[in-house]
Design a binder for this molecule. Structure first.
Ligand code: FE2
Ligand code: FE2
Length: 203
């Protein structure tokens, strides 16, 4: 439980600091963005940061109620990579002169509740929830690769690496026994994500 509280605080209240893995943008030069492009890139990266806050909550929620410790260990590997994503988004936001979403505690708590709730029904359902989330996140990150200013190669490098790793996380959850969620649940998840992304772009 203490580890869980530590994870929550580290995610929403403290700077993520340096990630164990190098930032994919480390060797890429800063592009010449005008103020409008900078603000747009910052909005998009705040959305991605909020998504990573939610990812921490989701994996933590799964871990709290997971019955199969072997599967939990595999999911922990994904959660560790999510923490790198969180740190990279935070670093990029800082470079763009912006802060993470003010609603981070809401994104974390909501995702934690969903991860735990789906896990209470059964491991295969929480894995299904993770698999579908990662699938939707991949679509979302693909759209950001189009929306980011052409000259913002630093943000693009981070988003590209995240996108590749989210795809792997989804495949791992499927390999671990994820159930296919009912279409209505998938739709509800898309609607919730849309609310989160449009809100986090602004605050
Ligand atoms: Fe991620
Ligand atoms: Fe992921």
């Amino acid at each position: 439980m203490l580890a869980g509280i530590g994870n929550a605080l580290r995610t929403v209240a403290a700077p993520a600091g340096l990630s164990p893995r190098a930032n994919p943008a480390a060797d890429i030069e800063e592009g010449s963005l005008n103020p409008v492009q900078t603000a747009h890139a910052a909005g998009l990266m705040r959305v991605n940061h909020a998504g990573e806050v939610a990812a921490q909550g989701l994996y933590q929620g799964h871990a709290i109620v997971a019955r199969n410790r072997e599967i939990e260990a595999k999911m922990q590997q994904a959660a560790d990579e999510e923490f790198d994503h969180l740190a990279w988004c935070e670093q990029r936001l800082d470079e763009l002169g912006e802060k993470p979403s003010k609603l981070s505690p809401v994104w974390y708590a909501g995702a934690l509740a969903m991860g735990a709730l789906s896990g209470v029904i059964g491991d295969k359902w929480s894995l299904g929830f993770i698999a579908e989330t990662e699938r939707q996140v991949c679509d979302h990150l693909d759209s950001h690769l189009h929306k980011l200013p052409a000259d913002d190669a630093r943000s693009r490098a981070i988003v590209t690496t995240m996108r590749d790793e989210e795809a792997k996380h989804g495949e791992n959850a499927v390999a671990a026994g994820a159930a296919e969620l009912p279409p209505a649940i998938k739709l509800l998840m898309r609607a919730t994500a849309k609310f989160m992304t449009s809100t986090a772009y602004r605050l």
